[in-house]
Design a protein around this ligand. Structure first.
Ligand code: SF4
Length: 374
């Protein structure tokens, strides 16, 4: 399965915890759209005529794009790629950048899945995170999306915020369940040193994240989503039956994807490419030169490590037969030898030839994955 990711690097302002490539300015959106259109044509052969099942507008804040630009981008993609007759087309939105009319227009253009950056339904948490919207605004947007008949909606929530007590986290989940939305992405707050949040915590102006509290929030999350019939199909992702993100599943299943826009990554099964994370340079180079991206040819070790890292995050896990078939017996033997201690400790479980993390093991996913790297 193949997908196309479009990175839209504009936001109204920078959230305190944000570590993505995004600029707190909308002044160059028009130039960006022109550069993106050039890049679409320049890279039209990247997926080698294989059918594209998903298109994902991520950011940044894609809901800042004018609807006419979304339309132009989608038309150009359809003209230059073999797009499935009924692709999953997702657009990330922030509550303060969209109204019902814009939602309706996006839907008419074929956008059929909305990813809403809610983060918390409590204003003090939103203030801590430096988000622009408040809780009432978030609820209004969810209501509007339903009235416009978006049936595929996913929410982003963040836990581990120092202002978020266990009771409040429970309440956040209650509100989420009450919306009837069928997909949730929930992330632990991570504080990167160069972010506004990292600097404020360093200076002692904001409270630090408490790891034990974050683990408790995670346990509540796992328990409550299970009670409500959600499948925990990736460490940070929960879905009702048939409602998994097709696009993100491509990343986790070794699928190919083309990333367009500054800082976007691409993967074709043989190499990785990443676009320049600088808007001025992107505007100059996109669609004109290979200097717009860097490229790394993957070794067999890289591919095996990548497979272990991504598949271990999923509920279907790592398949040892697939390791033997795709990478060789040496890799399968190495995996089996090293995975043993995690099976014995109960951090990993086995189903046929699939090895996957138990709920407890998921807390240590990164460490376990790197221990299984060659
Ligand atoms: S809206 Fe998203 S991309 Fe933009 S600043 Fe906030 S976290 Fe970063």
């Amino acid at each position: 399965m193949n997908g196309i990711y479009i990175h839209v690097p504009f936001c109204k302002s920078k959230c305190a915890y944000c570590n993505f490539f995004s600029l707190a300015s909308e002044s160059r959106i028009k130039d960006y759209v022109e550069a993106l259109k050039r890049e679409i044509i320049y890279r039209k052969d990247y997926l080698e005529d294989e059918e594209v099942k998903t298109i994902y507008f991520g950011g940044g804040t894609p809901s800042l794009l004018p609807v006419e630009s979304v339309d132009e981008i989608l038309t150009l993609l359809h003209n230059n790629f073999d797009i499935d007759a009924n692709p999953e087309i997702t657009l990330e939105l922030n509550p303060d950048t969209i109204d019902r009319e814009k939602m309706s227009s996006l839907k008419q253009m074929g956008v059929n899945r909305m990813s809403v950056g809610i983060q918390s339904f409590f204003d003090d948490d939103l203030l801590y995170l430096g988000r622009r919207h408040d809780s009432n605004h978030a609820l209004r947007v969810l209501e509007d999306l339903k009235n416009v008949n978006f049936d595929k909606i996913t929410l982003d929530l963040i836990y581990g915020i120092p202002t978020l007590t266990e009771e409040k986290w429970d309440k956040n989940l209650d509100i989420f369940f009450s919306t009837g939305i069928s997909h949730l992405s929930a992330y632990a707050l991570t504080v990167e040193p160069r972010t506004i949040l990292g600097q404020k915590i360093d200076k002692g102006d904001l409270q630090e994240v408490n790891e034990d509290e974050t683990i408790k929030h995670y346990q509540i999350l796992v328990e409550r989503t299970k009670e409500h019939g959600f499948e925990h199909y990736e460490i940070s992702n929960f879905a009702k039956e048939g409602c998994r993100s097709m696009h993100n599943s491509i990343y986790w299943s070794d699928g190919k994807y083309l990333g367009l826009g500054p800082s976007a990554h691409s993967y074709d099964g043989k190499s990785r490419q990443w676009n320049i994370a600088n808007l001025s340079q992107y505007l100059k180079l996109a669609g004109n030169s290979d200097d717009c991206f860097e490229k790394e040819i993957l070794t067999l070790d890289d591919k095996y490590n990548e497979y272990v890292m991504t598949s271990l995050r999923t509920s279907w896990g790592c398949n040892v037969e697939k390791i033997a078939l795709h990478y060789g017996i040496k890799y399968a033997d190495f995996f089996l030898k090293n995975v043993k201690k995690y099976v014995e400790s109960g951090e990993m479980l086995i189903n046929d030839n699939n090895y996957f993390l138990s709920e407890n093991g998921k807390l240590f996913a990164d460490g376990i994955a790197s221990d299984l790297f060659l």
